[in-house]
Design a protein around this ligand. Structure first.
Ligand code: H2U
Ligand code: ZN
Length: 345
């Protein structure tokens, strides 16, 4: 038998941020596809949609009218998953086999632009910088509430991801407890720091920059890689090049750099198969529980579902639901594809 190769042989890869494994099957990419084809999305063409609940001056589902905003606009989610005034409480039964806890929080929606037809890829860097500033302000404002211990900023892009509206926007869900994925990363950062005396992602970033094969793009303050343990076909990780625990620690130059890297990543995505390229993205950063959390390293995950074309997507089914996630194209191949994709519109 030949020597084990990441390019030829099935293997599993470890995700040090979550402790999970992903099965990689590089020999399987030639598999025929006779499954469902998704209809390709079409780009929005109108800059103002009278029926859109996010466009300036329009009325939202709860009857409130949006202001005639000209840059960004933040509003309380009219159908929030969490409420600020839920009474504290716990419910247990059967020797703690059935456990429930009351959860409080605040959910908001952030419109990136008054223009209905834009996306991050189509916005200019100055407009994206304004969005970064709103993210920082929301993280600070919500994080400062005494009962809020975590602020999750995330964007669903495209109907394929369950996004309800093409108007460029993201959501913020802040909560009294630290949610699952963030708790896993929290543990990983703490354990890595304790065991190796270094930040997990500082070390990982240095390694990827030395190896080069999974790098996608970089500027002075941010690096984009397809992580070694990526699950989604064109998943990327945006890493702050300096150890910053959260968005509020970015100086002005770093905020500009974040705007720049977001533009470059989303433009590359749009060149792959379909405009706008669907994904869910979000930031992971220091919990807002009042602890310094110096172990945290700010980063953003992009999870796009498209696999080989605008109409062939990845589903998490079968083995993936029952056992472990699996991928056919290797992260190295995905990184090479993204690298050779143009960064200009
Ligand atoms: P997504 O498209 O990412 O699902 O986000 C849209 C959010 O906007 C969603 O959480 C909220 C929904 O509750 N929303 C309002 O707050 N007001 C409205 O008038 C419609 C939708
Ligand atoms: Zn709109």
């Amino acid at each position: 038998m030949s020597l084990f190769s990441l390019v030829a042989h099935p293997h599993r890869r470890f995700n040090p941020l979550t402790g999970d494994w992903v099965l990689v099957s590089p020999h399987r990419t030639q598999r025929p596809w006779q499954g469902q084809l998704e209809p390709a999305a079409s780009p929005q063409s109108v800059s103002y949609d009278p029926a859109c609940y996010m466009c300036p001056g329009n009325v939202r589902a709860n009857g409130e009218r949006n202001p005639a905003y000209v840059t960004t606009f933040v509003f309380e989610n009219d159908f929030p998953a969490l409420l600020p005034d839920t009474p504290e409480g716990e419910w247990k039964e059967g020797d703690r086999l059935l456990v429930a806890e009351a959860e409080r929080g605040v959910c908001r929606v952030i419109c990136f632009s008054p223009r209905h037809d834009l996306t991050m890829a189509k916005m200019d860097r100055a407009a994206l910088r304004a969005v970064v500033d709103v993210w920082v302000a929301q993280y600070e404002q919500l994080g400062a509430l005494p009962y809020i211990r975590h602020v999750q900023i995330f964007e669903n892009r495209g109907a394929l991801m369950g996004c309800s509206n093409p108007h460029p926007h993201c959501q913020v869900w802040s909560s009294a407890t630290v949610p699952n994925e963030v708790r896993k990363e929290q543990l990983a950062f703490e354990r890595h720091q304790a065991a190796r005396g270094e930040c997990l992602l500082c070390q990982y970033l240095a390694l990827e920059r030395r190896l080069g094969e999974r790098l996608v793009a970089e500027n002075l303050h941010f690096t984009v890689v397809v992580p070694f343990w990526a699950v989604w076909p064109f998943e990327v990780l945006i890493l702050s090049r300096h150890h910053r625990t959260a968005l509020d620690r970015l100086n002005s130059g770093e905020r500009d750099a974040l705007a720049d890297i977001l533009k470059r990543v989303t433009v590359r995505y749009d060149h792959l198969f379909e405009v706008p390229f669907p994904y869910s993205m979000g930031f992971h950063q220091r919990p807002t529980d009042g602890q310094p959390h110096e172990e945290w390293h700010l980063h953003a995950h992009f999870y796009p579902p498209l696999l080989r074309s605008a109409t062939v997507r990845k589903f998490m089914v079968g083995y993936e639901m029952l056992a472990a996630p699996q991928r056919d194209i290797t992260p190295e191949y995905a990184a090479a594809r993204l690298r050779e994709t143009a960064e200009v519109e």
